[in-house]
Design a binder for this molecule. Structure first.
Ligand code: NDP
Length: 604
C-alpha cells in the first residue's frame, strides 16, 4: 500500500515549520511583560501637554461659553464626524453642531502631520465622498496634505464650517431625564443641550507614551509623532527639516508611524537612533500617480463598488477582478484564502494550510530585509518573527534602505523588553547611554486599551449611570451604535459592528444609518430613541455566536495593541460582526428598508 499523497500545502516546503513556530514562540516570550497594557502612560496630568498642545493654531483662542439648544451634537470632526455631518444634512437634519478639539477638520489627519504621513489604504477607497464631491485623488496612496485638504473640502462643500466649534474638547456628556436632552460640557465651559449625541471620536485619537523610567528627566526636546514640532525640526510634512542638520535624534517605536517618518528624519538629522522593540513587517508600497485614462473609465457608483470589492476580498468573497490589487489584497488572497479543494477541509487542515501560507508570506518579508539592508546584524534585527496579522502590516519603499545610511543606527531593545531608561541627556538601552538632542515618541495610541481610557470623556446616561460601568463586562448594543439606558446616544467606531481596515468606508455606513435613525425619530415626533432590552440582548447573543475565535492566534503573537500587549483581554476584532462589512451593511440597509425601526423604542 502506498502512502497517501501530501496535501498541496505540504509539498515542496523549503522551510521547517516546526523551527519557525519555535522561533516565533521564543520571540514572543522575549517580549512579554507582566505589566501588559499598564506599561503605557496616559497623556493626562503632567503628560497632558503632549496631547493638548496644538502646534497648528495660534495661542490665545477664547470664546464665550455656549449654553444653547441643538438637535444633534457630533463629537469629533475627523472623517467620522464629517461623515455624520454630511449624512445628517442629506437626511434633512439641519440643527446640529460638530465639536472638535483641533483647529480644523481632519481628526487623525489634522494631528498626524509627521513627515511622510500617508494612508496605506488605497486613496480611491479611503477618501470618502469622492463621487459626491467629484474629486479624484492624485495618487494611489495619498499623503496627509491631500487627505487633510479633502477633509476641509468636505467641511466646505457640506457647509460644516458654519456649524462647528473648533478648539473645544468635550469633557463630559450627561443625560438630563427631565428635559430629555444631553448636557454637553467642554473645556470651554460650554453646557450645550443636545437632543441627540453622536460620538465620532475615531479609534486613534488619544496618543500614549511609553512608560520608560526617567521619561521626565530628559532635558532636551521631545514630542509625540502625532504632534510633530516643525518649529523645532524645520520643514513640513514633505521634508525640508533642515534644523535637524546639527541634531542627534532618537525615535522610539517602529510601528506604522515610524515606518513612514524614519526615512525623512534619516535624510535631515545629523544622527538618528531608531529604538526598536519589535520590527514591523514592511512590504512593498508601489505608489503611483492616478492614471487619467483610468479615471475616464469610471462609471457612477464606482467608489461604492470598489470599496465593496476591496472589503469583500478581505473577507474571503470571490470576485472576478481584484480592483485594488495591492499589498492588502495580496495578503488576503495568499495568506487567508484557502485553496480550492474537492473535499471539505477539517479545521486542523484549514489551520495548517493558513499557517504555511503565512510562513511563506513572512519569509518573503524577511527576504526583502536581506535584499535591502547591507549591514547583516541590522538586517537580522529588522526581521519580523511572527504571523502577518499579529501586528499591523506596513508598506513602504524607503524605510529599510534608510538603515544603509551612515547616520542611521538601529538599536534593538528587544532583550530588555524596551528602552531601559531616559536620562537628562538621552536614552539608555542595552547598558549604553545614547546622548541625543531630541526624542520623538512613535509610541502609538490608545486603540485597544480599556474603553474608559481610550474615550477620554465622561458619559453618564439615565440615572447618572456611567457608560463605562454599564459596559464594564463588554459592549452591549444594538448593531454597535446604541445601548439601552443611554437614550439618543450613538457611537461611530469599532464596537459590535463589522470591522474593516478601510475605516472611512466603515464609518460612512455607520453615519448613514445613525442619520436615518435620528431623522425617523424626529419624523415620528419622538423625543427619545434607544434599543429595547430584547433587541439588544438578541444582538449581543448573535455577536457572541459569530465572534472571531482568534484567541489562540493572538496568544501566540508578539505583544502589541492587537493582543492587548499579550494579555488578550479582548483582542482587536473581538466581538465584531464576522460575516464582514459588506454583509453588515446589507443587513443595515435591509433594516432601514423595512422602515419599522425594529428593535428601537421611541419615547415621546
Ligand atoms: P504602534 O502602537 O503601532 O507602535 C508603537 C511602537 O512603540 C511599537 O513599535 C512599540 O514596540 C514601541 N514601543 C512602545 N513602548 C516601547 C518601549 N518601552 N521601548 C521601545 N519601544 C517601545 O503605533 P503607531 O503610531 O506606529 O501606529 C498605530 C496605528 O495607527 C497603526 O497600527 C495603524 O492602525 C495606524 N496608522 C495607520 C497609518 C495608515 O497608513 N493608515 C499610518 C500610521 C499609523 P512593540 O511593537 O514592541 O510594542
Amino acid at each position: 500500500m502506498s502512502a497517501a499523497p501530501a496535501a498541496p500545502a505540504e509539498q515542496k516546503l523549503d522551510f521547517d515549520p516546526d523551527a519557525l513556530r519555535e522561533k516565533y514562540r521564543a520571540e514572543r516570550d522575549k517580549r512579554l511583560r507582566s505589566d501588559g497594557e499598564a506599561q503605557y502612560l496616559e497623556m493626562s496630568g503632567r503628560f497632558a501637554h503632549y496631547n493638548e498642545d496644538d502646534p497648528y493654531v495660534a495661542p490665545g483662542f477664547t470664546r464665550a461659553p455656549l449654553t444653547d439648544e441643538i438637535d444633534v451634537a457630533v463629537i469629533g470632526g475627523g472623517f467620522s464626524g464629517l461623515l455624520a455631518g454630511a449624512r445628517l444634512k442629506e437626511a434633512g437634519v439641519k440643527n446640529f453642531r460638530i465639536i472638535e478639539a483641533g483647529g480644523d477638520f481632519g481628526g487623525t489627519w489634522y494631528w498626524n502631520r509627521y513627515p511622510g504621513a500617508q494612508c496605506d489604504i488605497e486613496s480611491y477607497c479611503y477618501l470618502p465622498l469622492l463621487e459626491e464631491l467629484n474629486y479624484i485623488p492624485k495618487e494611489k496612496y495619498s499623503y496627509v496634505t491631500e487627505i487633510f485638504e479633502h477633509s476641509q473640502r468636505i467641511g466646505r462643500e457640506y457647509g460644516l464650517y458654519d456649524v462647528t466649534c473648533f478648539q473645544t474638547r468635550v469633557t463630559s456628556i450627561d443625560w438630563d431625564g427631565a428635559s430629555k436632552r444631553w448636557i454637553v460640557s467642554s473645556n470651554r465651559k460650554d453646557r450645550m443641550k443636545a437632543r441627540f449625541v453622536i460620538m465620532a471620536l475615531g479609534p486613534a485619537s488619544r496618543p500614549k507614551l511609553p512608560g520608560i523610567p526617567g521619561i521626565d528627566d530628559f532635558e532636551g526636546h521631545s514630542f509625540h509623532t502625532s504632534r510633530w514640532d516643525y518649529a523645532y525640526t524645520g520643514g513640513d510634512t514633505n521634508g525640508g527639516m533642515t534644523k535637524l542638520g546639527d541634531k542627534r535624534v532618537a525615535i522610539i517605536g517602529t510601528g506604522a508611524t515610524a515606518i513612514q517618518c524614519v526615512p525623512f528624519v534619516a535624510k535631515y538629522a545629523k544622527q538618528l537612533y531608531v529604538f526598536q522593540r519589535t520590527p514591523s513587517s514592511v512590504d512593498l508600497r508601489g505608489n503611483r500617480p492616478t492614471d487619467p485614462e483610468w479615471v475616464k473609465t469610471l462609471k457612477p457608483g464606482w467608489q461604492r463598488a470598489r470599496r465593496e470589492n476591496f472589503a469583500g476580498i478581505l473577507t474571503g468573497q470571490t470576485f472576478e477582478e481584484d480592483l485594488v490589487n495591492d499589498g492588502w489584497t495580496d495578503i488576503f488572497r495568499n495568506v487567508l484564502a484557502l485553496p480550492k479543494s474537492d473535499k471539505p477541509m477539517t479545521p486542523e487542515e484549514i489551520g495548517r494550510t493558513m499557517e504555511l501560507a503565512d510562513f511563506r508570506k513572512m519569509n518573503g518579508i524577511r527576504a526583502r530585509v536581506d535584499n535591502t539592508v547591507a549591514h547583516k546584524p541590522t538586517a537580522e534585527s529588522l526581521k519580523p518573527w511572527y504571523r502577518q496579522f499579529c501586528k499591523r502590516p506596513t508598506f513602504n519603499d524607503e524605510y529599510l534602505p534608510a538603515f544603509n545610511q551612515p547616520n542611521v543606527e538601529l538599536v534593538d531593545v528587544s532583550a530588555a523588553r524596551g528602552v531601559e531608561r531616559i536620562t537628562k541627556k538621552g536614552v539608555v538601552a542595552n547598558g549604553h547611554e545614547y546622548e541625543v538632542d531630541c526624542i520623538i515618541y512613535a509610541s502609538g495610541f490608545e486603540i485597544s486599551t480599556e474603553f474608559r481610557r481610550r474615550v477620554g470623556l465622561e458619559i453618564n446616561g439615565e440615572g447618572g449611570k456611567s457608560l463605562f460601568d454599564h459596559w464594564a463586562d463588554g459592549f452591549r448594543t444594538l448593531h454597535g451604535f446604541s445601548t439601552r439606558g443611554f437614550p439618543n446616544w450613538f457611537y461611530i467606531g469599532i464596537s459590535q459592528n463589522a470591522l474593516s481596515v478601510n475605516m472611512t468606508a466603515m464609518f460612512d455606513e455607520q453615519a448613514r444609518h445613525i442619520a436615518y435613525v435620528i431623522k425617523e425619530t424626529q419624523a415620528r415626533q419622538g423625543k427619545t430613541v434607544q434599543p429595547t432590552q430584547e433587541a439588544q440582548d438578541a444582538w449581543v447573543e448573535l455577536i457572541s455566536k459569530l465572534q472571531l475565535n482568534n484567541r489562540a492566534f493572538l496568544e501566540a503573537c508578539t505583544p502589541g495593541y492587537y493582543n492587548n500587549e499579550g494579555t488578550v483581554r479582548a483582542g482587536l476584532g473581538a466581538g465584531t460582526y464576522t460575516p464582514g462589512i459588506n454583509a453588515f451593511n446589507a443587513l443595515l440597509q435591509e433594516w432601514r428598508e423595512q422602515g419599522e425601526m425594529k428593535g428601537l423604542e421611541i419615547g415621546t
